[in-house]
Design a protein. Structure first.
Length: 613
């Protein structure tokens, strides 16, 4: 099984990294925080014992800690040796410099607090894989129920998606293809797909589809692969006036985001103070009973039982009121298996960013629904798969892709985009979307400078730039190309005018497919005095880091330059689709045309850029 291959590969990779990578390498890769201090501990609203972990601010290092991820603690001795603590935990919240971790008990608090040389690192995520395996097994076993019907239909074994005949609903604030997509969702009995290319308002359409569905159903489940994607769709639904209950903590912590989380709502319930008091008393009495004599324990037992019964009744009542008052339950796909959702079933499941979700993860949530609506773009970033053999074997092929190819009648393509100048859009439209995309009138000719081509390629052929391999992972870097990019960026800033950039808040994105190149560019920008006034308007990241984002001006460093014409994972054209569609008004690509032009896609792109000037 392909998922099993990925599981074994990732588990072995974690073991190898744990044994071979030094602490600083783990920190640089976002896999660890070191050094940290263990702060206060307390019981949260879920009655979990949690401890706060703090580190010194280091905003230049992006970390991979987020809600639900398992972690290990370690100590570094004076001689540099690493000892792993017995304490393990699960991330409840992770910010830039503070993390809250749910731990097993008071013994863990004692082990961590006051420990010198303390660090925390991500652990192998056994739970997510176990949940996916369970979902696949249940889906395969299903017989004679709705899950079996959906399985056979979605995977092409039998039947075609059905649609009701409904009088079309008009949405004057949506464009024609967005309106058609919402009506398709409302008519679907089994499955509908909202295919949203870059800048076409996929989220706007999905929010409207959810809002209209709630006129017909009391409650829906909304999921996505990542916490960030769940946050985004949840925030847009709240802005639309929808009552959302978010299972799991948001990646961005502010009052607005926290206001619709389960924990914050639970704590705000009128009955919570009584429940909190009972839990506190239960912990006090349990400690007293452990220390007391046999007769004292016996006399406390009935009192403890009464308190536990009351606590359970209060928790059931609070949960019932929270869930009954929410129109949307929002979670990641894996968190849809949370105990809070046990026994709950939904008429409709919406999966956002479905093209980035493993098929197995989708089935976790589909088990809870009668019909499913998937939204995303399979022509952009695929799921993250670490085992190359598993990806080549078909693990990378998502459920959304399979449905698009098997059931085109279920697909609604959004065709009007509101982001890019038409010249930037046209190549992507031709290669990926059958020339079906159109630029909205208000963006069709948008630009920053008069007589400036919206898209250009700075060819480094003949400049004798060479890519290099760096680090244990053999990441790619091309320092001369990065330096040239910064020279081109400075020149473009001068052409626009520094004061105009600051006044109009013109923002810039610098993208490279390679992490090593991104890190080098970031370090060069930090030390660049000319760019200092504009640093708040500059974002440097990988293609994956720019998914879902846009900037006025985009510079792309392609890195690859070699005699053999090898371009590695630049062969994944979906990544390049993301990269070249981030720009609103100006796109500049730096790359070796001699190396890249041997590939049909890049040859076509180079010809297109020459053609438009």
């Amino acid at each position: 099984m392909l998922l099993r291959m990925e599981y074994e590969y990732e588990r072995e990779e974690f073991r190898r990294q744990t044994e071979s990578l030094g602490i600083q390498r783990k920190v640089q890769r976002g896999l660890a925080w070191f050094p940290v201090t263990a702060g206060k501990s307390y019981y949260n609203s879920l009655n979990q014992l949690v401890i706060e972990i703090n580190r010194s601010t280091d905003l230049e290092v992006e970390h991979l800690f987020e809600y639900g991820r398992p972690v290990l603690f370690f100590r570094q001795g004076y001689d540099g040796t690493i000892t792993y603590c017995t304490s393990q935990g699960t991330v409840s919240y992770a910010g830039d410099e503070r993390m809250v971790v749910a731990i097993a008990g008071a013994g863990a608090v004692l082990e961590l607090q006051g420990t010198e040389g303390l660090g925390v690192q991500l652990s192998f995520d056994e739970t997510s894989y176990r949940t996916m395996f369970e979902a696949l097994e249940e889906t395969l076993r299903a017989k004679g129920n709705r899950l079996a019907t959906l399985r056979d239909m979605l995977l092409g074994a039998s039947g075609k998606p059905g649609f009701r005949q409904l009088y079309p609903v008009r949405f004057p604030w949506l464009n024609q293809t967005q309106e058609a997509a919402v009506n398709q969702v409302l008519c679907a009995r089994d499955v509908a797909i909202v295919h949203g290319p870059p800048g076409t308002g996929k989220t706007t359409t999905l929010v409207e589809a959810i809002y209209e569905t709630l006129h017909r159903e009391p409650q829906v489940l909304v999921c996505a692969q990542s916490n960030m994607a769940v946050d985004w769709i949840s925030e847009k639904l709240v802005d639309r006036g929808v009552s959302v209950l978010r299972i799991g903590n948001p990646t961005r912590v502010d009052d607005k985001m926290l206001s619709f989380t389960y924990e914050r709502r639970f704590e705000a319930h009128p009955l919570y103070p009584e429940l909190w008091g009972i839990r506190k008393e239960l912990r006090r009495l349990a400690g007293k009973a452990r220390r007391g004599s046999y007769s004292e324990r016996e006399s406390l037992r009935s009192h403890l039982n009464r308190l536990r019964d009351r606590a359970t009744a209060l928790e059931v009542q609070i949960n019932a009121e929270l869930f009954n008052s929410a129109h949307v339950i929002a979670s990641t796909l894996v968190s849809s298996n949370h105990r809070l959702l046990s026994g709950r079933h939904f008429g409709t499941l919406f999966i956002d960013e479905a093209a980035q979700a493993l098929e197995a993860a989708c089935w976790i949530a589909i088990r809870r629904a009668d019909r499913v609506v998937l939204a995303g773009d399979h022509c952009q970033l695929p799921p993250t798969i670490k085992c190359i053999e598993a990806a080549r074997g078909g693990l990378e092929r998502t459920l959304m892709e399979q449905i698009v190819s098997r059931h085109p009648s279920a697909v609604s393509l959004l065709k009007l985009q509101y982001r890019m100048n038409e010249s930037i859009m046209r190549f992507s439209s031709a290669w990926f979307y059958g020339n079906e995309l159109q630029a909205a009138p208000e963006v069709k000719y948008r630009g920053i400078l008069d007589w400036d081509s919206p898209i250009s390629w700075v060819d480094t052929s003949g400049m004798e730039f060479q890519e290099e391999l760096v680090g244990e992972t053999c990441g790619r870097i091309n320092k001369p190309e990065a330096d040239l990019l910064l020279t081109e960026l400075e020149a473009y800033i001068r052409r626009i005018g520094g004061q105009r950039i600051l006044d109009e808040r013109i923002d810039f994105g610098i993208i490279s497919p390679y992490k090593a190149q991104v890190q080098y560019l970031r370090s060069r920008i930090r030390s660049n005095a000319t760019l200092r006034p504009y640093r708040a308007l500059l974002t440097v990241n990988t293609v994956d880091g720019f998914q879902g984002q846009e900037r006025d001006v985009i510079f792309i460093s392609m890195v690859r330059a070699n005699e053999q014409g090898q371009i590695g994972f630049l062969n994944d054209l979906r990544r390049m689709n993301v990269a070249i569609t981030r720009a609103r008004m100006k796109l500049t690509i730096l790359g070796d045309a001699k190396t890249l032009g041997r590939h049909a896609f890049y040859k076509k792109l180079l010809d297109y850029i020459d053609e438009i000037g």
